[in-house]
Design a protein around this ligand. Structure first.
Ligand code: HEM
Length: 172
């Protein structure tokens, strides 16, 4: 086992390096080939995805396609040995946070601010411009039998948590 696993591999590497040294053009070609899998482009390939640029999350409902690296048409977390080890944590946290925010708040763009969905270059695609958003506590998130909690700071007893809203800038 030791001989079969070590002697063979090291010997072929030595031969390969020898040949590359004797053939500098082949060496150059090899050195210039650094392989990237363009997961971004694959996920937007119209030959795979219907209207790939349209945000339609329900396309994944009852779909045989998953995001864990077994379908190469969709690789948000990579695949195989170097695939993201944080996949379960990330999927759980993202679902929990998004579901809670969507359930508890109404969101609106603040003022005349327009929503520019441009992204930046880099290992992680950040939003190029932050989102200026107004979040208002949603009526559906009230407990049915609870009394409105009075706002503490304003001294205005008519203002309840029902009217609370926050303005915030979301950067990613
Ligand atoms: C939405 C959230 C996340 C996305 C989209 C994501 C995506 C990715 C991708 C695409 C890779 C490269 C996989 C490859 O080369 O094939 C990666 C690697 C990695 N991720 Fe994540 N990730 C996320 C969250 C996390 C979290 C929460 C953690 C840790 C708790 C984490 C830890 C790592 C590590 C350590 C690697 C390097 C793995 C290696 O090279 O062996 N990631 N991730």
């Amino acid at each position: 086992m030791f001989g079969a696993g070590t002697d063979t591999a090291s010997t072929s590497l030595v031969w390969a390096i020898g040949e590359l040294l004797r053939n500098p053009l082949v060496m150059k070609e090899l050195q210039q080939e650094a392989l990237w899998i363009n997961a971004w482009a694959i996920a937007r390939d119209p030959s795979i995805w219907e209207e790939p640029e349209v945000f339609r999350p329900e396309r994944f409902l009852n779909s045989p396609m998953d995001y864990i690296g077994s379908h190469f048409e969709f690789l948000p977390f990579g695949a195989s040995r170097r695939g993201c080890p944080g996949i379960k944590f990330a999927a759980t946290i993202n679902e929990l946070v998004l579901a809670n925010l969507a359930y508890k708040f109404e969101f609106a763009l603040e003022g005349e601010h327009s929503l520019d969905m441009s992204d930046t270059d880099g290992m992680t695609a950040h939003k190029k411009y932050p989102i200026l958003v107004k979040a208002t506590l949603s009526p559906i998130s009230y407990l049915p039998d609870s009394e409105p909690i009075q706002q503490e700071s304003s001294g205005d007893n008519t203002t309840s948590w029902h009217n609370y809203s926050w303005k915030t800038t979301l950067t990613a």
